[in-house]
Design a protein around this ligand. Structure first.
Ligand SMILES: Nc1ncnc2c1ncn2[C@@H]1O[C@H](COP(=O)(O)OP(=O)(O)OP(=O)(O)O)[C@@H](O)[C@H]1O
Ligand SMILES: [Mg+2]
Length: 216
């Protein structure tokens, strides 16, 4: 099991956002999480990504109980095991495409293999001729593809995407959805996709719905 949430609840003050969530994700699996605005999708994804801690319950990632780790250990796990994609790409405007993609490798020592992987993946997502461009020179869909490569650069086991197509037009959104599905298979990375788009969710073999803090 890659990721296992057991009786996970999350409250902000008196407000219980997630209630007794149980979820298992196997290595390389692909799933979507849907639900109305405010139902706790981002909260759940942030827990899965070790960006936040549950109020109750346990989270196990790749055999490690996350609740017993220090903040440094969690940061290491986020950097090496997990890739994040958000609605907005959050690329650094002053850096080139290639530099942006290599940022997650900077915590160690960026190797020739990192460069080779960056170039191979950028070519894979159709950005071979954009390596030295800056984000301001790219379309929204292209920026999001750069963000996908950045999320994959350290060969994570888990890719978490929170509304990654939310700021794209329909054609770009469809393309990005297909690309994520293909990369899930090619790279063997598990994919959890939060989306408002039923069309996108239907591309996933497993769809869970959050309603009133409970997962169905
Ligand atoms: N840091 C926080 N402090 C207090 N309340 C929070 C915090 N983060 C989220 N909430 C509340 O938790 C609930 C769920 O928020 P969350 O962002 O997970 O929803 P969502 O399903 O991702 O919504 P959307 O589809 O609009 O992105 C909301 O009512 C929100 O106000
Ligand atoms: Mg959200």
């Amino acid at each position: 099991m890659l990721l296992e949430l057991t009786h996970v609840s999350k409250s902000y003050g008196a407000v219980e956002v997630l209630r007794d969530v149980n979820l298992q994700l196997t290595a390389g699996e692909r799933m979507a999480i849907i639900g109305p605005s405010g139902s706790g999708k981002s909260t759940l994804l942030n827990l899965m990504g070790a960006l936040d801690v549950p109020t109750r319950g346990t989270m196990n990632l790749d055999g490690r109980d996350l609740s017993h780790l220090t903040e440094n250990e969690l940061a290491g796990i986020r950097n090496r095991q997990i890739g994040f994609i958000f609605q907005l790409h959050h690329l650094l405007p002053q850096c080139t495409v290639l530099e942006n993609v290599l940022i997650p490798t900077l915590t160690g020592h960026t190797t020739d293999a990192d460069y080779a992987r960056a170039e191979r993946l950028l070519e894979r997502v159709g950005l071979k001729h954009r390596l030295t461009h800056r984000p301001g020179e790219l379309s929204g869909g292209e920026c999001q593809r750069v963000a996908v490569v950045r999320a994959l650069i350290n060969q994570p086991k888990l890719l978490l995407a929170d509304e990654p197509t939310g700021s794209l037009d329909h054609a770009s959104a469809t393309n990005l959805g297909q690309l994520l599905t293909e990369l899930n298979k090619e790279e063997g990375v598990a994919l959890v996709l939060v989306t408002h788009s039923l069309e996108l969710a239907r591309q996933m073999p497993r769809v869970l719905e959050l309603r009133d803090g409970e997962l169905h």
